[in-house]
Write a new protein. Structure first.
Lengths: 287, 806
């Protein structure tokens, strides 16, 4: 568990970082909190010749309100998210999910940008970002562009990032006032990836579900939006038959790997349960 | 006497002797990051070694090409079996009478086996070198399932044993067979089963797991060519034995070998035996003339150094209709991996597994253990356990629950009915042990009363009815466990390691000012010896524990001892400490008599000194006696005040305990919650109640881990799939349940202070409590025995198999 040798770079601006990554090419990797990349380097599963550390770029840190969006800098740590009253007030599901990520030590280092940009299907934030309808701001040699989280993930560790591009912030549309939300995560222990997890954001009107989105973590090689499951509950009062239908619709799009967390059948089964439990909790919270 | 004279209570309190919750003195440095571990040892010019390991579980090694590795800047040498053959060290003896490859000699027998040792100027260069060593393998069919190891067409694993029909422990039946060990009266036992009114039979597996101490195995070896001396700093639970073994296999005179075990970050049995890293680092130091450090990483520790358990126990009990046990028959298939590197006393191929009759009065029993080779990492160490006692306790405690279920009896009642009675001690078990003492009924009843056992059973019945009515998806289990341990290896009449009797030792040297230093043959890895050993001395000779420096682990200064494992330190070294202290006290009494001008017999001991009987003002404190011992001894007496004791215990000690686990399981997800865990331990005389409580907490946490998910698992092709803490369950404080501890005190009749050892009890008793809770939860749905580990998905699968989940 000793990494190979690499050169270390610490640019002070996004432009410098983009230039470095463009010039150094495929042998260079940006370094955020390092909780995915560094362990892979220690196992020599990743052997970048250059590490471009983004910690020197002040502009990448911070949380601000911009109209109906909450703009979160990529280098904002999970701890920063949890410490933000603004996040707690306007997008409380981010607090609920961040608290389920690893432990305080990891949350002091781990960043929102690293979490969503790495394309690790085990990470919690990507499915949440899809559920919230977030856009990622990417900056590269070709300029700035925004990509919807829902269009960003192409496969395990494969994303829409082009060579030389850095994810610089996430733009979170603030959900409607009185929305209900829940992130249900089954994990074996603190620090573990989800056996299965589901994010739900919904609004209720007259005792019935008015709007609903559902995201799924670690039950496929990418995070998923469970659109059929969400559609199945809209207009209902979440009766038992609807819940069953929603769980089945969600399970239908899951294709988890068998691993120490359990066989495929189990991971799908509990994936369905996470969906129903998240729906129940979210509905109970909605005003 | 004036007002300043301390009271008796004050004089006793200042000693901080036995029974005191003295704070751990070692924690002052540990909590400030000032411990001194092997990896803190940094010597001038020190080199670093690391291993090329096999990706294959079974393969022939065709060629090792180190030419590119030697071109890596900083890489100085690549050591292979061929190098080691020049010093006759390609293979090494194991503690179990087998031999083990140090580096792959012609073939590899398990994944991550050591193939070559790269020596470099720093750890990074060593790892760069590893990646440049090219090894050509010819894969061979792997043998993973121990139940197939003795099939006629099973692959031959140990070609070095070809034609050897006898091993270290008798005849071998098959090319993958290591030994068969039988104990007990087969005829009588078979007869008991023939006429039994009720019998049960179940194959109870105790899966492979790993001690996984926080600090992995490591060493620094430094060979001084001029003096011809080898110094080894290592994570050794038994430093003296390591010195002797090194002397024997490296053919170095024992006085030229200095073994130092500094602070150790947990052992749990992982650090008893010798590993290839030690041999390679020593050879590398001899070859290069420089100190060489070897430090395992976590993957290496989990996948290559000694595992624990992997016992598959076919268990039968014969009983009457009323639930009186009449016979026990157990057959064990023991998976030892590629080499039998089990760390047991040499004459005991299955350790003390014949304690499997447990706490019950079995009139007859028979046990047979077959050890076999597979393509897995070698070992079979006692993970927080006294030599296979955990396996034995799990086997009998699970089987007693199965019998209770068959008889439709409460498991606690069944145990009470069959316990060895207090008046039967010393009790001779059907499988050959003499239990020194016990009062099982009192302990069990105290557990039942304190936990409200009857009310919990009532609640369980109500929950089961509610489950049947579809009102809840949660089931409730009560896990009863009553264990008897056997610790304190051991009496020289039946315990040795490679011929060295398993005594232990203590040397106490008092200084003129009433302080002293004490050294033992044991080695603390977290047990708190620096604290507790001084407490024994404080009570025995009346010198405050704070004034006694305790030192262990340096073979040049400490007296020879067999080390710390198998809960043997208090039963053996603890006795030696008391005996050495009593020698000090005897001499002190002569000095006091001389100074107080009376006959020795006219003196009586009074907390911290001697008093003339009937003349309370004539008193000499131990502190003053220490001064006199160096400056004013009686004519004809040698000055000084020191003593050594080597203690060969007359018997083992037999701690016991009654545990209860209350667990709730959500059948839909398999998620469990340990609602309550109560542990009553009887370890005889209690030296430091706080340290005992800490030991119980730690042992229960490991028991929880093992029962509920911690395993070393191989896939069907021999790949080890649990090589990191991502998959090997290591609970954090968040997952760990709350522990309620309690005790009774039944002193050991043969131990000088009546103490028994406790470090491993909670692991021994804890695992069956958790597993019985899970099994008890599912029993009303028709389950008889569900194999460990009981992680979430397996609980769900059990529910599904029983029809409780669609």
């Amino acid at each position: 568990m000793i990494p190979g040798s690499f050169s270390y770079h610490r640019p002070a601006s996004v432009a410098d970082a983009v230039k470095l990554l463009s010039d150094l090419g495929e042998d260079a990797r940006p370094l955020a909190g390092g909780h995915s990349l560094v362990p892979m380097m220690k196992l020599r599963l990743a052997t970048p010749a250059h590490l471009v550390d983004l910690h020197g770029i002040a502009a990448l840190k911070g949380i601000r309100r911009d109209g109906n969006n909450l703009v979160i800098g990529a280098m904002t740590t999970q701890h920063d998210l949890l410490a933000s009253d603004e996040v707690g007030k306007s997008v409380p599901i981010l607090h609920e999910a961040a608290l389920l990520i690893a432990d305080p030590q990891v949350r002091y280092r781990g960043t929102i940008g690293g979490n969503v940009a790495n394309g690790d299907p085990g990470n919690d934030m990507p499915a949440l970002m899809m559920t919230l309808g977030v856009a990622y701001r990417l900056e590269g040699p070709g300029g700035v562009r925004d990509v919807a989280a829902a269009d960003f993930y192409q496969g395990a560790y494969f994303t829409a990032l082009e060579p030389g591009e850095i994810l610089t912030s996430v733009l979170v549309p603030v959900p409607a006032a009185g929305h209900g939300y829940a992130y249900e995560k089954l994990k074996r222990k603190v620090g573990d990836y989800a056996t299965a997890a589901a994010a739900v954001v919904l609004t209720m009107a007259g005792g019935k579900v008015a709007t609903c989105t559902i995201g799924l973590t670690n039950v496929h090689e990418t995070p998923l939006l469970a659109t059929d499951a969400a559609n199945a509950v809209i207009g209902t009062s979440l009766d038992a038959a609807t819940m069953k239908k929603a769980a089945e619709a969600a399970e239908a799009i899951m294709s988890p790997a068998a691993d120490a967390r359990g066989p495929i059948e189990y991971r799908k089964h509990v994936g369905g349960i996470m969906v129903t439990r998240a729906l129940q909790r979210a509905a109970a919270r909605a005003k | 006497m004036n007002d300043m004279t301390p009271t008796r209570e004050q004089r006793e309190a200042v000693l901080e002797g036995m029974g005191c919750k003295r704070k751990r003195v070692e924690d002052i440095r540990f909590t400030q990051g000032k411990g001194n571990y092997v990896d803190d040892v940094k010597l001038p010019g020190m080199l670093h070694g690391d291993f090329v390991r096999s990706p294959h579980p079974h393969a022939r090694v065709k060629k090792i090409d180190d030419s590119e590795a030697l071109k890596v800047p900083g890489v100085l040498a690549v050591i292979t079996a061929e190098t080691l053959k020049t010093v006759n060290l390609a293979w090494m003896p194991t503690l179990a009478g087998d031999v083990q490859m140090v580096l792959a000699d012609g073939k590899v027998l398990f994944q991550n086996q050591e193939v070559a040792f790269v020596v470099a100027t720093d750890r990074y260069a060593a790892d760069d070198g590893i990646n440049k060593v090219v090894v050509e393998y010819e894969p061979l069919p792997p043998l993973v399932d121990p139940f197939k190891s003795m099939d006629a067409d099973a692959p031959v694993l140990r070609e070095d044993l070809a034609g050897k029909t006898t091993g270290a422990h008798g005849p071998r039946k098959h090319h993958n067979h290591i030994f068969e060990w039988t104990v007990g009266d087969k005829e009588l036992t078979d007869a008991a089963f023939k006429k039994a009114e009720v019998t049960i039979k179940e194959m109870i597996s105790y899966h492979r797991t790993h001690p996984s101490p926080l600090e992995t195995c490591q060493c620094v070896c430094s060979f001084d060519k001029i003096k011809g001396e080898l110094t080894i700093w290592g994570t050794f639970q038994a430093p003296h034995v390591i010195r002797t073994v090194v002397s024997l296999i490296a053919k170095l005179p024992e006085q030229k070998i200095h073994v130092i075990a500094p602070d150790i970050g947990g052992g749990f049995g992982n650090k008893v035996g010798a590993y290839p890293g030690y041999i390679c680092a020593a050879v590398a130091s001899i070859v290069t003339g420089k100190p060489v450090k070897w430090v395992e990483d976590r993957i290496e520790n989990l996948t290559a150094t000694s595992f624990a358990r992997d016992y598959h126990m076919t268990t039968e009990i014969a009983a009457t209709k009323e639930g009186k046990v009449t016979g026990l028959r157990v057959h064990v298939l023991a998976d030892h991996g590629a080499f039998d590197a089990c760390a047991d006393p040499s004459k005991w191929p299955a350790g003390f597994f014949n304690i499997v009759t447990g706490s019950y009065d079995f009139p007859t029993a028979h046990l047979a253990v077959d050890g076999v080779y597979t393509n897995k990492a070698p070992g079979g160490v006692a993970y927080r356990c006294s030599f296979r006692v955990t396996e034995a306790a799990y086997c009998i405690e699970r089987a007693m629950d199965i019998l209770a279920q068959k008889l439709n009896m409460d498991p606690a009642e069944l145990r009470l009915k069959n316990f060895i009675k207090p008046e039967q001690f010393p009790y001779h078990s059907a499988l050959g042990w003499e239990y020194d003492s016990g009062d099982y009924h009192t302990a069990m009843r105290k557990m039942m009363e304190t936990t409200g056992y009857a009310a919990l059973r009532k609640e369980q019945a109500e929950k089961r009815a509610a489950f049947a009515r579809g009102e809840t998806r949660e089931i409730m289990g009560l896990g009863v466990s009553f264990f008897t341990e056997i610790v304190g290896a051991g009496p020289s009449k039946n315990c040795d390691i490679l011929g060295i009797a398993m005594f232990d030792s203590c040397e106490i040297r008092m200084h003129p000012t009433g302080a002293g230093i004490a050294r033992m043959g044991t080695k603390s890895q977290g047990q708190g010896h620096e604290t507790t050993w001084a407490q024994i001395i404080a009570t025995e000779i009346g010198i405050p524990a704070d004034n006694i420096q305790v030192e262990e682990g340096n073979t040049d200064t400490a007296p020879y001892g067999l080390g710390t494992y198998g809960s043997r330190s208090t039963p053996v070294a603890g006795a030696a400490i008391a005996m050495a202290a009593r020698k000090i006290k005897a001499k002190a009494q002569m000095i006091a008599a001389y100074k107080l001008e009376v006959h020795e017999d006219d003196l009586e001991w009074d907390i911290d000194g001697f008093r003339v009987k009937g003349l309370p003002e004539k008193f000499m404190s131990m502190k003053d006696i220490c001064w006199a011992a160096y400056n004013a001894v009686p004519p004809g007496m040698e000055p000084g005040l020191e003593a050594v004791s080597y203690y060969d215990p007359p018997n083992m000690t037999y701690p016991f305990g009654a545990y209860l686990c209350v667990m709730d399981i959500d059948v839909d997800t398999g998620v469990y919650k340990v609602r309550r865990f109560y542990a009553l331990d009887d370890c005889g005389t209690r030296i430091n109640p706080m340290i005992i409580e800490g030991q119980v907490h730690g042992g229960l946490t490991e028991a929880f881990a093992i029962a509920m998910g911690q395993e070393i698992r191989y896939d069907e092709t021999g790949n080890v799939v649990t090589g990191s803490f991502m998959d090997f369950f290591m609970p954090t404080a968040v997952e760990t349940p709350h522990w309620e501890t309690d005790f009774t005190v039944t002193p050991s009749p043969h131990h000088p202070i009546g103490a028994k050892g406790v470090g491993e009890s909670p692991n021994v008793g804890g695992v069956p409590a958790f597993s019985n809770a899970v099994n008890d939860a599912f029993s009303f749905l028709g389950a008889t025995h569900i194999q460990m580990p009981h992680d979430y998905w397996r609980n769900w699968k059990a529910a599904k198999d029983l029809g409780a989940v669609a």
